[in-house]
Design a protein around this ligand. Sequence first.
Ligand code: NDP
Length: 617
Amino acid sequence: MTKDEEFVGENPTTPIVNEAEIDIAGLRAKYAAERDRRIRDDGNSQYRRAAGEFGYYAKDPYTPWKEREALTDFVEVLVIGGGFGGLVSAAKLRQAGVGSIRMLDEAGDFGGTWYWNRYPGIHCDIESYVYMPLLEEVGYVPKRRYAPGEEIRQHAMAIARKFDLYRDTAFQTRVTSLAWDEERNHWLVETDRGDAMHARHVITSSGTLTQPKLPGIEGLETFKGHTFHTSRWDYGYTGGSADGALEKLADKRVAVIGTGATGLQAIPHVAASAKQTFVFQRTPSSVDVRANRDTDPQWAASLKPGWQKERQDNFLRIVSGEEYGEDQIQDGWTTVPQLQRAMITGKIDDSISAEERERTEELLDFAKMNQIRDRVDSIVEDPATAELLKPWYRYMCKRPGFSDTYLQSFNRPNTTLVDTADFGGVSKVSETSIFVGEDEYEVDCIIFATGFEVGVSGVISGTMPVYGRGGVQLLHAWGQAGPQTLHGFYSHGYPNLFHLSSLQTANSANSVNFVHILQEQAEHVAAVIAAARQAGAEVIEPTLEEQQAWTASISELAVDNTAYLQACTPGYYNQEGKPSGKSNAFGPGPVAFHRLLANWRETELAAFAARFAQVNA
Ligand code: NDP
C-alpha cells in the first residue's frame, strides 16, 4: 500500500437527516434481529486468558529477557505502569521536584499499549495533536494527523528521557503484592523478580489495553500452523514492518479473526501481502473516512505556547457536549458529537424534553449509519460481500472505525470475508483448518485480532493484591459494594496509594481520548503528593466520610445507559450483551470532573495536606 492510498478522502461529514427517507420501524427491527443472532449465553466467559497453556500469546516478542539483582531499596514514589498514565505522573512529579522515583513495567520499555501493539498499519485513531501527551514539554509536533504506533512509542520513550525516568526504572517486572507497613509508614512492593522494595507513595496505572484476550474456540491448542495475537505481532514469521510489506506471507494462507479497531488497521496489510487472506468476521465495524495527512509545517510553526492543552480541551468539550466555540479538530469524532452522548457522559441539552432528544438523536444515528452503509456499497464491488460488511446497530454500540483502505481490501481476488455471525464466531480449529459451521478453511497461520481484557488492572482482577492497614485486602474491603474512593484515586485504610483508572472518575474508555483523561488524573495525583511533601505529611488518605460522600455522589449522578447498551450487538462496551447497569463514572462528564478537581486543588488541597502534617507530627 502506498502512502497516497492511505492519504485519500475528505473529512467525514455530519449527515443530513431527512425523516421521510428513514424507515424507523424497519431499522429498529433489523437492529434487534442482528443483535439477537449474535447474543451468546456464555457472555464474557466465552473468552480465555492468554495464560497457562495459552501463555504463549502474551509473551514479549520484542525485548530479550535480562537478568538483574533483586531490589530492596527505598524510593519516594513508585509508579506501576510505563504507559502514558505512569509517564505523565512521573513527569509531573519531577516537575514538582521529586527526585526519587521508580517506575515498573512488565514490558521491556516504555509505551504501555504502544509497546505491545506494533501490528502492521497501527495508528492512533484520535488526532495525534490531542492524543500524544506532553508535546510542548518534549518540544515535538507529530508528523501526521493520525500518528503511526511507532511514532507514538518513540514519543513515550522521549518523555522518559526528557524527565530522566530511565535511570531508576525496572522493566520486565510484575508486581505481585503491595502491603502497607504501619510502623514505617510506607509500602512494601513485591514482584515476580524477587524484589522487596519500599516506597512512600505508590501510583498504579496499568493494564488498560495490554492483556490479550482469546476466544475460547474448541481445538485451538491442536493447530499445527503458526499463530499469534495482533498485540504480539510476529514479524519474524510475516516479514515486513508496521508499514506493511509482509513479504514472508507471499506463499501463505492467512486467517485473521476479528474486525474491530485493530482488525481494520492490520487487515489491509495482510491482504496486500499474503497469498490468500480469510477474514473471519462476527460483527462488522462501522468504517468512516479517515483522511490522514501530513502535518502542515506552516501550521506547526504557527503554534503558540499552550496550544496543546487548548486543543485537547476543545476536543473533550466537543465530545462531551460542552460549549466549545470553534471546532479545531473537524474529524469523525467531532462531526457527530451528539451521537456519542449515549456512551460519553457529559452535558445534556435540556432545552428540549428527553423524548424529543432521544427522537432526534435516533434519527441522526440512523442517518449516520445509513451514510456508513452507503459507503460500503460505494467501495466494495461484490454485492454479497458488501452486504456482510454493513453494520446494523447504533453508532456508539462499538468503537467507531475509520479507514480509507480496509473496505477496499475486499476487492482483492485473494481476500475472502467469512461471516461467522450465525455460529457465535469461529466454531472450531483443527490441526490444519478453521471451521465455521461445517465449512472448512485450510490455513497456514491464524492471527487473533480479538482484543483485550479492557481496563482490567491487577488491582481489580486481584492478581496484584493490595494489603492496607491491619493487613486488610483492598478488594475485600470494597466487597460487594465495589470500589469506594475519594475522586476515584485513593481509599481510606490504604494510605499513599493512588489509582489512575476509570473507577469513580471521568469516564475513561468511553471518553474517546483516554490519554487526556489519564493526564488530568496524573496531574492531580502529582499535585496531592507534592502538597503532602510540602506540608511535611508522611501519610495521606481520605477519611471514611470523604470516601462515602464521593461514592454516594457517583451513584447519585450516575448515568444509566443500560437501555441503549441492551439494544446493542454484543461487545466489550456492553459486557457481551449483558450490560451491568449504571456506570460508575462521574455522571456530569469529564469536563465537569476536571473542573471539580481543579476547584478542589485550589480550595481544599492545602488544608487536606496540612491535616496530615499535624497527624504525622
Ligand atoms: P475489539 O474487542 O474491539 O475487537 C475484537 C474483535 O474480535 C471483534 O471484531 C470481535 O467480534 C472479534 N471476535 C471475538 N471473538 C470472536 C470469535 N469467537 N469469532 C470471531 N470473531 C471474534 O478489539 P480491538 O483490538 O480491535 O480493539 C480494542 C480496543 O483497542 C478498541 O476498542 C480501541 O479502544 C482500542 N484501539 C485503539 C486504537 C487507536 O487507534 N486508538 C487502534 C486499535 C485499537 P464481535 O464484535 O462480534 O465481538
